[in-house]
Design a protein around this ligand. Structure first.
Ligand code: AHR
Ligand code: AHR
Length: 501
Protein backbone atom coordinates (compact mmCIF):
# COMPACT_ATOMS: atom_id res chain seq x y z
CA UNK A 1 0.00 0.00 0.00
CA UNK A 2 1.30 3.44 -0.82
CA UNK A 3 1.59 5.99 1.99
CA UNK A 4 -0.53 8.50 0.11
CA UNK A 5 -3.57 6.31 -0.30
CA UNK A 6 -6.74 7.43 1.31
CA UNK A 7 -10.07 5.77 1.98
CA UNK A 8 -13.57 7.15 1.58
CA UNK A 9 -16.79 5.99 3.20
CA UNK A 10 -20.08 7.30 1.76
CA UNK A 11 -23.12 7.21 4.06
CA UNK A 12 -26.68 7.69 2.89
CA UNK A 13 -29.56 6.94 5.25
CA UNK A 14 -31.81 6.07 2.29
CA UNK A 15 -29.67 3.06 1.40
CA UNK A 16 -31.24 0.73 3.96
CA UNK A 17 -30.30 -2.96 3.94
CA UNK A 18 -32.79 -3.93 6.63
CA UNK A 19 -33.88 -3.26 10.15
CA UNK A 20 -31.25 -4.63 12.54
CA UNK A 21 -32.69 -7.47 14.60
CA UNK A 22 -31.72 -6.85 18.26
CA UNK A 23 -31.31 -10.64 18.61
CA UNK A 24 -28.07 -10.36 16.61
CA UNK A 25 -26.58 -9.42 19.97
CA UNK A 26 -27.21 -12.64 21.84
CA UNK A 27 -25.14 -15.16 23.78
CA UNK A 28 -24.82 -18.87 24.40
CA UNK A 29 -24.32 -20.59 27.77
CA UNK A 30 -23.55 -24.31 27.76
CA UNK A 31 -23.10 -26.82 30.55
CA UNK A 32 -19.48 -27.16 29.55
CA UNK A 33 -16.28 -26.59 31.46
CA UNK A 34 -16.67 -23.55 33.70
CA UNK A 35 -19.34 -21.64 31.79
CA UNK A 36 -22.27 -22.39 34.10
CA UNK A 37 -20.43 -23.68 37.18
CA UNK A 38 -17.75 -21.22 38.38
CA UNK A 39 -18.82 -18.88 35.57
CA UNK A 40 -22.32 -17.64 36.15
CA UNK A 41 -23.20 -19.89 39.11
CA UNK A 42 -20.64 -20.15 41.89
CA UNK A 43 -22.03 -20.25 45.44
CA UNK A 44 -18.42 -20.48 46.72
CA UNK A 45 -17.46 -17.11 45.28
CA UNK A 46 -17.43 -13.98 47.47
CA UNK A 47 -19.33 -12.35 44.57
CA UNK A 48 -22.24 -14.82 44.69
CA UNK A 49 -25.73 -13.53 45.52
CA UNK A 50 -28.21 -15.48 47.67
CA UNK A 51 -28.97 -17.72 44.67
CA UNK A 52 -25.34 -18.49 43.91
CA UNK A 53 -25.22 -16.24 40.83
CA UNK A 54 -22.04 -14.21 40.32
CA UNK A 55 -22.94 -10.52 40.69
CA UNK A 56 -19.69 -9.32 39.08
CA UNK A 57 -20.27 -11.55 36.05
CA UNK A 58 -23.91 -10.47 35.74
CA UNK A 59 -22.87 -6.79 35.79
CA UNK A 60 -20.44 -7.43 32.93
CA UNK A 61 -23.09 -9.40 31.01
CA UNK A 62 -25.59 -6.57 31.43
CA UNK A 63 -23.05 -4.18 29.94
CA UNK A 64 -22.89 -6.42 26.87
CA UNK A 65 -26.64 -5.99 26.52
CA UNK A 66 -27.38 -9.55 25.37
CA UNK A 67 -30.92 -9.80 24.00
CA UNK A 68 -31.29 -13.61 24.03
CA UNK A 69 -29.36 -16.46 25.64
CA UNK A 70 -29.13 -19.93 24.07
CA UNK A 71 -29.03 -22.81 26.61
CA UNK A 72 -28.13 -25.55 27.75
CA UNK A 73 -25.91 -26.65 24.83
CA UNK A 74 -24.07 -27.27 22.57
CA UNK A 75 -22.94 -30.86 22.42
CA UNK A 76 -24.08 -31.22 26.04
CA UNK A 77 -27.70 -30.78 24.93
CA UNK A 78 -27.74 -34.03 22.98
CA UNK A 79 -27.37 -36.18 26.12
CA UNK A 80 -29.27 -33.94 28.53
CA UNK A 81 -32.33 -35.09 30.46
CA UNK A 82 -33.95 -31.81 31.38
CA UNK A 83 -35.91 -33.34 34.25
CA UNK A 84 -32.57 -33.97 36.03
CA UNK A 85 -32.18 -30.20 36.43
CA UNK A 86 -35.43 -29.30 38.20
CA UNK A 87 -36.86 -29.80 41.69
CA UNK A 88 -35.10 -29.91 45.07
CA UNK A 89 -31.37 -29.55 44.50
CA UNK A 90 -30.42 -32.33 46.93
CA UNK A 91 -32.48 -34.79 44.91
CA UNK A 92 -30.99 -33.99 41.52
CA UNK A 93 -28.77 -36.75 40.08
CA UNK A 94 -25.05 -36.48 39.44
CA UNK A 95 -24.42 -37.69 35.91
CA UNK A 96 -21.53 -38.44 33.61
CA UNK A 97 -21.76 -35.92 30.75
CA UNK A 98 -20.52 -37.91 27.78
CA UNK A 99 -20.09 -34.90 25.50
CA UNK A 100 -17.33 -33.34 27.59
CA UNK A 101 -16.47 -36.31 29.82
CA UNK A 102 -17.29 -34.28 32.87
CA UNK A 103 -19.43 -34.68 35.97
CA UNK A 104 -22.74 -32.80 35.79
CA UNK A 105 -24.17 -32.04 39.24
CA UNK A 106 -27.44 -30.58 37.92
CA UNK A 107 -27.37 -27.91 40.61
CA UNK A 108 -28.21 -25.44 37.85
CA UNK A 109 -31.12 -26.23 35.55
CA UNK A 110 -34.10 -24.75 33.72
CA UNK A 111 -35.57 -22.77 36.65
CA UNK A 112 -32.17 -21.35 37.65
CA UNK A 113 -31.55 -20.40 34.02
CA UNK A 114 -34.88 -18.56 33.75
CA UNK A 115 -34.03 -16.64 36.92
CA UNK A 116 -30.57 -15.80 35.55
CA UNK A 117 -32.09 -14.51 32.28
CA UNK A 118 -34.44 -12.26 34.18
CA UNK A 119 -31.57 -10.93 36.28
CA UNK A 120 -29.56 -9.88 33.24
CA UNK A 121 -32.54 -8.78 31.15
CA UNK A 122 -32.20 -11.32 28.35
CA UNK A 123 -34.74 -13.63 26.65
CA UNK A 124 -34.18 -17.38 27.11
CA UNK A 125 -33.57 -19.44 23.94
CA UNK A 126 -33.97 -23.07 24.95
CA UNK A 127 -32.60 -26.13 23.18
CA UNK A 128 -34.40 -29.47 23.07
CA UNK A 129 -32.38 -32.69 22.93
CA UNK A 130 -32.63 -34.39 19.53
CA UNK A 131 -29.79 -36.85 20.28
CA UNK A 132 -30.95 -39.12 23.11
CA UNK A 133 -34.11 -37.09 23.67
CA UNK A 134 -37.51 -38.00 22.22
CA UNK A 135 -40.03 -35.74 20.56
CA UNK A 136 -42.15 -36.35 23.68
CA UNK A 137 -39.36 -35.00 25.96
CA UNK A 138 -39.14 -31.92 23.76
CA UNK A 139 -42.88 -31.30 23.96
CA UNK A 140 -42.87 -31.88 27.72
CA UNK A 141 -40.25 -29.18 28.19
CA UNK A 142 -42.41 -26.71 26.27
CA UNK A 143 -45.32 -27.64 28.54
CA UNK A 144 -43.07 -27.19 31.60
CA UNK A 145 -41.98 -23.73 30.45
CA UNK A 146 -45.00 -22.28 28.72
CA UNK A 147 -48.29 -23.93 29.73
CA UNK A 148 -50.72 -22.67 32.36
CA UNK A 149 -51.02 -24.94 35.41
CA UNK A 150 -53.49 -27.82 35.54
CA UNK A 151 -51.49 -30.55 33.81
CA UNK A 152 -48.48 -32.62 34.82
CA UNK A 153 -45.45 -30.66 33.63
CA UNK A 154 -46.92 -27.21 34.18
CA UNK A 155 -47.83 -28.32 37.69
CA UNK A 156 -44.26 -29.51 38.23
CA UNK A 157 -43.12 -25.98 37.41
CA UNK A 158 -45.59 -24.56 39.92
CA UNK A 159 -44.42 -27.04 42.57
CA UNK A 160 -40.90 -25.80 41.95
CA UNK A 161 -42.05 -22.31 42.83
CA UNK A 162 -43.05 -20.85 39.47
CA UNK A 163 -46.82 -20.78 39.00
CA UNK A 164 -46.66 -18.39 36.05
CA UNK A 165 -45.47 -19.76 32.72
CA UNK A 166 -42.06 -18.55 31.54
CA UNK A 167 -43.36 -17.99 28.00
CA UNK A 168 -40.09 -18.91 26.29
CA UNK A 169 -40.32 -17.66 22.69
CA UNK A 170 -37.19 -19.13 21.07
CA UNK A 171 -36.48 -22.85 20.80
CA UNK A 172 -33.63 -24.72 19.08
CA UNK A 173 -34.50 -28.18 17.77
CA UNK A 174 -31.29 -29.96 18.72
CA UNK A 175 -27.65 -29.03 18.26
CA UNK A 176 -25.22 -29.77 15.40
CA UNK A 177 -27.07 -32.94 14.47
CA UNK A 178 -25.00 -33.17 11.26
CA UNK A 179 -21.84 -33.83 13.29
CA UNK A 180 -20.60 -37.41 13.80
CA UNK A 181 -19.26 -36.16 17.17
CA UNK A 182 -22.81 -35.41 18.31
CA UNK A 183 -24.46 -37.79 20.81
CA UNK A 184 -27.18 -39.48 18.77
CA UNK A 185 -26.02 -37.93 15.47
CA UNK A 186 -28.55 -38.51 12.68
CA UNK A 187 -28.42 -38.35 8.91
CA UNK A 188 -30.30 -35.44 7.45
CA UNK A 189 -33.49 -37.26 6.54
CA UNK A 190 -33.69 -38.86 9.98
CA UNK A 191 -33.06 -35.50 11.58
CA UNK A 192 -35.45 -33.57 9.33
CA UNK A 193 -38.31 -35.95 10.04
CA UNK A 194 -37.65 -35.99 13.78
CA UNK A 195 -37.31 -32.20 13.93
CA UNK A 196 -40.55 -31.78 12.00
CA UNK A 197 -42.48 -34.01 14.39
CA UNK A 198 -40.89 -32.36 17.44
CA UNK A 199 -41.80 -28.94 16.01
CA UNK A 200 -45.43 -29.97 15.51
CA UNK A 201 -45.79 -31.20 19.09
CA UNK A 202 -43.96 -28.20 20.55
CA UNK A 203 -46.19 -25.81 18.63
CA UNK A 204 -49.34 -27.66 19.65
CA UNK A 205 -48.41 -26.73 23.22
CA UNK A 206 -47.72 -23.13 22.26
CA UNK A 207 -48.51 -21.89 18.74
CA UNK A 208 -46.52 -18.68 19.23
CA UNK A 209 -43.06 -20.16 19.76
CA UNK A 210 -40.29 -19.55 17.22
CA UNK A 211 -38.29 -22.59 16.17
CA UNK A 212 -34.69 -22.91 15.01
CA UNK A 213 -33.68 -25.85 12.81
CA UNK A 214 -30.13 -27.32 12.96
CA UNK A 215 -28.10 -26.25 9.96
CA UNK A 216 -24.52 -27.21 9.15
CA UNK A 217 -21.96 -27.17 11.98
CA UNK A 218 -19.58 -25.27 9.75
CA UNK A 219 -18.95 -24.61 6.07
CA UNK A 220 -16.29 -27.36 5.89
CA UNK A 221 -18.71 -30.18 6.71
CA UNK A 222 -18.77 -32.75 3.87
CA UNK A 223 -22.57 -32.59 3.98
CA UNK A 224 -22.69 -28.78 3.61
CA UNK A 225 -24.84 -27.32 2.04
CA UNK A 226 -26.91 -30.39 1.13
CA UNK A 227 -27.73 -30.93 4.79
CA UNK A 228 -29.20 -27.45 4.87
CA UNK A 229 -31.24 -27.87 1.71
CA UNK A 230 -32.72 -31.22 2.70
CA UNK A 231 -33.43 -30.32 6.33
CA UNK A 232 -35.14 -27.13 5.16
CA UNK A 233 -37.19 -28.94 2.53
CA UNK A 234 -38.46 -31.34 5.20
CA UNK A 235 -39.22 -28.65 7.78
CA UNK A 236 -39.84 -25.39 5.90
CA UNK A 237 -43.42 -24.87 7.09
CA UNK A 238 -42.57 -25.81 10.69
CA UNK A 239 -39.58 -23.60 11.49
CA UNK A 240 -38.73 -19.90 11.63
CA UNK A 241 -34.93 -19.91 11.63
CA UNK A 242 -32.12 -22.07 10.30
CA UNK A 243 -28.96 -22.27 12.38
CA UNK A 244 -25.36 -21.85 11.29
CA UNK A 245 -22.23 -22.33 13.40
CA UNK A 246 -18.67 -21.28 12.71
CA UNK A 247 -15.44 -20.96 14.68
CA UNK A 248 -12.69 -18.86 13.16
CA UNK A 249 -9.20 -20.23 13.10
CA UNK A 250 -5.81 -18.60 12.53
CA UNK A 251 -2.97 -20.50 10.92
CA UNK A 252 -0.35 -18.01 11.97
CA UNK A 253 -1.27 -15.76 9.06
CA UNK A 254 -2.55 -12.48 10.47
CA UNK A 255 -3.11 -10.88 7.06
CA UNK A 256 -5.55 -13.61 6.05
CA UNK A 257 -7.05 -13.90 9.52
CA UNK A 258 -7.91 -10.20 9.46
CA UNK A 259 -9.74 -10.70 6.16
CA UNK A 260 -12.03 -13.47 7.44
CA UNK A 261 -15.19 -11.46 6.87
CA UNK A 262 -14.90 -12.71 3.26
CA UNK A 263 -15.49 -16.23 4.55
CA UNK A 264 -18.27 -15.22 6.91
CA UNK A 265 -20.10 -13.46 4.07
CA UNK A 266 -19.69 -16.40 1.70
CA UNK A 267 -21.19 -18.73 4.33
CA UNK A 268 -24.23 -16.45 4.78
CA UNK A 269 -24.60 -16.00 1.01
CA UNK A 270 -24.68 -19.74 0.36
CA UNK A 271 -27.29 -20.33 3.03
CA UNK A 272 -29.33 -17.30 1.91
CA UNK A 273 -29.35 -18.85 -1.57
CA UNK A 274 -30.39 -22.18 -0.08
CA UNK A 275 -33.27 -20.50 1.74
CA UNK A 276 -34.47 -18.84 -1.47
CA UNK A 277 -34.21 -22.11 -3.37
CA UNK A 278 -36.20 -24.07 -0.81
CA UNK A 279 -38.83 -21.36 -0.53
CA UNK A 280 -39.34 -21.54 -4.29
CA UNK A 281 -39.25 -25.32 -4.44
CA UNK A 282 -41.82 -25.72 -1.67
CA UNK A 283 -43.98 -22.97 -3.25
CA UNK A 284 -44.09 -21.38 0.18
CA UNK A 285 -45.38 -17.96 1.08
CA UNK A 286 -43.45 -17.75 4.35
CA UNK A 287 -39.83 -16.92 5.09
CA UNK A 288 -37.18 -18.64 7.17
CA UNK A 289 -34.23 -16.59 8.42
CA UNK A 290 -30.72 -17.42 9.60
CA UNK A 291 -29.68 -17.84 13.23
CA UNK A 292 -25.88 -17.77 13.62
CA UNK A 293 -26.23 -19.28 17.03
CA UNK A 294 -22.59 -20.27 17.61
CA UNK A 295 -19.82 -18.00 16.42
CA UNK A 296 -16.46 -16.94 17.78
CA UNK A 297 -12.73 -17.09 17.27
CA UNK A 298 -11.44 -20.47 18.57
CA UNK A 299 -8.10 -21.98 17.61
CA UNK A 300 -5.67 -21.87 20.53
CA UNK A 301 -7.44 -24.14 23.02
CA UNK A 302 -8.51 -26.80 20.51
CA UNK A 303 -6.54 -29.93 21.40
CA UNK A 304 -8.41 -33.06 22.41
CA UNK A 305 -7.23 -32.46 25.99
CA UNK A 306 -8.94 -29.07 26.00
CA UNK A 307 -12.25 -30.83 25.44
CA UNK A 308 -12.09 -33.71 27.95
CA UNK A 309 -13.04 -33.16 31.56
CA UNK A 310 -11.54 -36.41 32.96
CA UNK A 311 -14.79 -36.94 34.88
CA UNK A 312 -14.38 -33.90 37.11
CA UNK A 313 -16.85 -31.11 37.94
CA UNK A 314 -16.39 -27.78 36.15
CA UNK A 315 -13.06 -28.63 34.47
CA UNK A 316 -11.09 -25.93 32.67
CA UNK A 317 -12.15 -26.59 29.05
CA UNK A 318 -11.35 -24.47 25.98
CA UNK A 319 -10.53 -21.35 28.00
CA UNK A 320 -9.25 -19.45 24.99
CA UNK A 321 -7.22 -16.31 25.68
CA UNK A 322 -8.17 -13.53 23.25
CA UNK A 323 -5.80 -10.97 21.78
CA UNK A 324 -6.03 -7.85 19.63
CA UNK A 325 -6.29 -9.60 16.26
CA UNK A 326 -9.07 -11.80 17.65
CA UNK A 327 -10.97 -8.68 18.73
CA UNK A 328 -10.61 -7.25 15.22
CA UNK A 329 -12.04 -10.45 13.73
CA UNK A 330 -14.95 -10.35 16.20
CA UNK A 331 -15.58 -6.71 15.21
CA UNK A 332 -15.74 -7.49 11.50
CA UNK A 333 -17.88 -10.55 12.18
CA UNK A 334 -20.43 -8.21 13.75
CA UNK A 335 -20.03 -5.88 10.77
CA UNK A 336 -21.11 -8.85 8.66
CA UNK A 337 -24.18 -9.29 10.89
CA UNK A 338 -25.20 -5.73 10.00
CA UNK A 339 -24.37 -6.06 6.31
CA UNK A 340 -26.39 -9.31 6.14
CA UNK A 341 -29.19 -8.14 8.42
CA UNK A 342 -31.80 -8.80 5.75
CA UNK A 343 -31.41 -12.57 6.20
CA UNK A 344 -29.56 -12.89 9.52
CA UNK A 345 -31.84 -12.28 12.49
CA UNK A 346 -30.21 -14.05 15.46
CA UNK A 347 -26.55 -14.46 16.42
CA UNK A 348 -25.21 -15.92 19.67
CA UNK A 349 -21.58 -15.57 20.62
CA UNK A 350 -20.24 -18.89 21.91
CA UNK A 351 -19.91 -18.72 24.79
CA UNK A 352 -20.45 -16.08 27.48
CA UNK A 353 -18.12 -16.98 30.37
CA UNK A 354 -14.82 -18.94 30.62
CA UNK A 355 -15.52 -21.31 27.70
CA UNK A 356 -14.28 -19.47 24.55
CA UNK A 357 -15.68 -16.33 26.12
CA UNK A 358 -15.28 -12.56 26.50
CA UNK A 359 -15.13 -13.02 30.30
CA UNK A 360 -12.84 -15.19 32.43
CA UNK A 361 -13.34 -15.84 36.14
CA UNK A 362 -11.47 -17.08 39.17
CA UNK A 363 -13.34 -17.61 42.45
CA UNK A 364 -12.83 -14.00 43.45
CA UNK A 365 -11.91 -12.13 40.27
CA UNK A 366 -13.15 -11.50 36.75
CA UNK A 367 -11.31 -10.48 33.58
CA UNK A 368 -12.71 -8.78 30.48
CA UNK A 369 -10.87 -10.15 27.45
CA UNK A 370 -10.15 -8.17 24.28
CA UNK A 371 -13.26 -9.44 22.48
CA UNK A 372 -15.48 -8.08 25.23
CA UNK A 373 -15.06 -4.55 23.86
CA UNK A 374 -16.18 -4.85 20.23
CA UNK A 375 -19.22 -6.81 21.39
CA UNK A 376 -20.09 -4.10 23.90
CA UNK A 377 -19.69 -1.29 21.38
CA UNK A 378 -21.75 -2.93 18.65
CA UNK A 379 -24.43 -4.28 20.93
CA UNK A 380 -24.95 -0.81 22.40
CA UNK A 381 -24.51 1.40 19.33
CA UNK A 382 -25.86 -0.62 16.37
CA UNK A 383 -29.63 -0.12 16.28
CA UNK A 384 -32.32 0.92 13.86
CA UNK A 385 -31.52 0.20 10.22
CA UNK A 386 -28.37 -1.22 8.75
CA UNK A 387 -27.03 1.00 5.95
CA UNK A 388 -25.38 -0.08 2.74
CA UNK A 389 -22.31 2.16 2.93
CA UNK A 390 -20.08 2.60 -0.08
CA UNK A 391 -16.43 2.04 0.83
CA UNK A 392 -13.45 2.95 -1.34
CA UNK A 393 -10.33 1.65 0.35
CA UNK A 394 -6.84 0.64 -0.72
CA UNK A 395 -6.34 -3.09 -1.14
CA UNK A 396 -3.81 -5.48 0.40
CA UNK A 397 -2.93 -9.03 -0.53
CA UNK A 398 -3.83 -12.10 1.52
CA UNK A 399 -2.91 -15.77 1.01
CA UNK A 400 -6.43 -17.02 1.62
CA UNK A 401 -8.62 -14.43 -0.07
CA UNK A 402 -6.41 -12.65 -2.60
CA UNK A 403 -6.80 -8.88 -2.67
CA UNK A 404 -8.96 -7.47 0.11
CA UNK A 405 -9.83 -3.89 1.10
CA UNK A 406 -7.92 -2.55 4.09
CA UNK A 407 -11.17 -1.45 5.70
CA UNK A 408 -14.14 -3.50 6.87
CA UNK A 409 -17.14 -1.25 7.55
CA UNK A 410 -20.76 -1.31 8.67
CA UNK A 411 -23.17 1.41 9.70
CA UNK A 412 -26.51 1.84 11.41
CA UNK A 413 -29.10 4.59 11.42
CA UNK A 414 -31.80 4.91 14.02
CA UNK A 415 -34.57 7.07 12.58
CA UNK A 416 -36.20 7.54 15.98
CA UNK A 417 -33.16 9.12 17.61
CA UNK A 418 -31.73 10.23 14.26
CA UNK A 419 -28.32 8.88 15.19
CA UNK A 420 -25.86 7.21 12.85
CA UNK A 421 -23.09 4.87 13.99
CA UNK A 422 -20.15 3.78 11.83
CA UNK A 423 -18.00 0.76 12.65
CA UNK A 424 -14.60 0.56 10.93
CA UNK A 425 -11.83 -2.05 11.15
CA UNK A 426 -8.42 -1.07 9.74
CA UNK A 427 -6.84 -4.40 8.79
CA UNK A 428 -3.39 -3.03 8.08
CA UNK A 429 -0.71 -4.29 10.43
CA UNK A 430 1.55 -1.36 9.72
CA UNK A 431 -0.21 1.63 8.12
CA UNK A 432 -2.32 4.40 9.53
CA UNK A 433 -5.02 5.20 7.04
CA UNK A 434 -6.68 8.58 6.50
CA UNK A 435 -10.40 8.00 6.05
CA UNK A 436 -12.83 10.57 4.74
CA UNK A 437 -16.40 10.11 5.96
CA UNK A 438 -18.93 11.65 3.60
CA UNK A 439 -22.59 11.97 4.59
CA UNK A 440 -24.64 12.25 1.44
CA UNK A 441 -28.24 12.91 2.42
CA UNK A 442 -28.06 14.35 5.93
CA UNK A 443 -25.65 16.64 7.73
CA UNK A 444 -24.27 15.50 11.08
CA UNK A 445 -24.93 18.10 13.76
CA UNK A 446 -22.65 16.65 16.45
CA UNK A 447 -20.42 13.70 17.25
CA UNK A 448 -22.00 11.92 20.21
CA UNK A 449 -19.12 9.55 20.91
CA UNK A 450 -15.97 8.07 19.40
CA UNK A 451 -14.26 4.91 20.62
CA UNK A 452 -11.31 2.89 19.49
CA UNK A 453 -9.72 -0.50 20.17
CA UNK A 454 -6.16 -0.51 18.85
CA UNK A 455 -2.60 -1.62 19.50
CA UNK A 456 0.69 -2.34 17.83
CA UNK A 457 0.99 -6.05 18.66
CA UNK A 458 -1.72 -8.32 17.18
CA UNK A 459 -0.90 -10.90 19.86
CA UNK A 460 -1.33 -8.51 22.81
CA UNK A 461 -3.89 -9.79 25.33
CA UNK A 462 -5.35 -8.88 28.71
CA UNK A 463 -4.50 -10.96 31.78
CA UNK A 464 -5.52 -10.91 35.43
CA UNK A 465 -2.19 -9.17 36.18
CA UNK A 466 -2.49 -6.75 33.31
CA UNK A 467 -6.20 -6.39 32.54
CA UNK A 468 -6.26 -3.19 30.44
CA UNK A 469 -3.87 -3.91 27.56
CA UNK A 470 -6.72 -4.08 25.03
CA UNK A 471 -9.82 -2.05 25.86
CA UNK A 472 -12.16 0.41 24.16
CA UNK A 473 -10.94 3.95 24.78
CA UNK A 474 -12.84 7.16 24.13
CA UNK A 475 -10.90 9.07 21.49
CA UNK A 476 -11.05 12.71 20.51
CA UNK A 477 -14.23 13.40 18.57
CA UNK A 478 -13.41 14.20 14.95
CA UNK A 479 -14.36 17.57 13.46
CA UNK A 480 -17.17 17.52 10.93
CA UNK A 481 -17.87 20.29 8.47
CA UNK A 482 -20.06 20.38 5.38
CA UNK A 483 -21.08 16.79 5.98
CA UNK A 484 -17.50 15.55 5.86
CA UNK A 485 -14.89 14.44 8.32
CA UNK A 486 -11.42 12.99 8.06
CA UNK A 487 -10.08 10.57 10.63
CA UNK A 488 -6.66 8.99 10.84
CA UNK A 489 -7.19 5.32 11.66
CA UNK A 490 -4.21 3.58 13.24
CA UNK A 491 -3.15 0.11 12.05
CA UNK A 492 -4.80 -2.87 13.77
CA UNK A 493 -7.75 -0.85 14.96
CA UNK A 494 -11.51 -0.85 15.37
CA UNK A 495 -13.06 2.61 15.46
CA UNK A 496 -16.66 3.49 16.22
CA UNK A 497 -18.22 6.89 15.90
CA UNK A 498 -21.77 7.89 16.60
CA UNK A 499 -23.12 11.13 15.20
CA UNK A 500 -26.38 13.01 15.59
CA UNK A 501 -27.98 13.89 12.26
O1 AHR B 1 -19.19 -24.13 21.91
C1 AHR B 1 -18.46 -25.33 22.00
C2 AHR B 1 -19.04 -26.44 21.16
O2 AHR B 1 -18.84 -26.15 19.82
C3 AHR B 1 -20.51 -26.67 21.27
O3 AHR B 1 -20.85 -27.49 22.31
C4 AHR B 1 -20.84 -27.32 19.97
O4 AHR B 1 -22.17 -27.10 19.57
C5 AHR B 1 -19.83 -26.74 19.03
O5 AHR B 1 -19.29 -27.69 18.24
O1 AHR C 1 -14.92 -32.52 19.09
C1 AHR C 1 -15.58 -31.30 19.23
C2 AHR C 1 -16.17 -30.87 17.94
O2 AHR C 1 -15.23 -30.69 16.92
C3 AHR C 1 -16.85 -29.58 18.06
O3 AHR C 1 -18.09 -29.68 18.68
C4 AHR C 1 -16.90 -29.14 16.64
O4 AHR C 1 -17.12 -27.76 16.48
C5 AHR C 1 -15.54 -29.53 16.18
O5 AHR C 1 -15.47 -29.68 14.81
Amino acid sequence: MSQSSKARIYIDTNRVISEISPLLFSGFAEHMGRCIYEGIYDPASPHADENGLRTDVMDALRDLNYRAMRYPGGNFLSGYRWEDGIGPKDQRPRRRDLAWQSIETNQFGTDEFMHFCREIGTAPMMGVNMGTGSIQDAANLVEYCNSPTGTKYADMRAQNGHADPYNVDYWCIGNEMDGPWQIGHLDVVEYGKKAREAAKMMRWHDKDIKLVLCGSSNSQMPTYPEWDRIALELCWEQVDYHSMHYYATNNDDTDSFLALSAEFEAFVDTLAGTLRYVKAKTRSKRDVYLSWDEWNVWYKARLADDMRGDWTEAPHLIEEVYNLEDALVVAQWMNVFLRKSDVLKIACIAQIVNVIAPILTTTDAMLKQSIYYPIMLMSRLAHGNSLDVKVNAPMYNTKLFGDMPLLDVSSSHDAETNTNAIFIVNRSQTESLPVELIWQDMMPTAVNSAYQIAGTDPKAANSFDNPDVITAVAIEKPDISDGQSTMMLPPLSFTVIEVAL
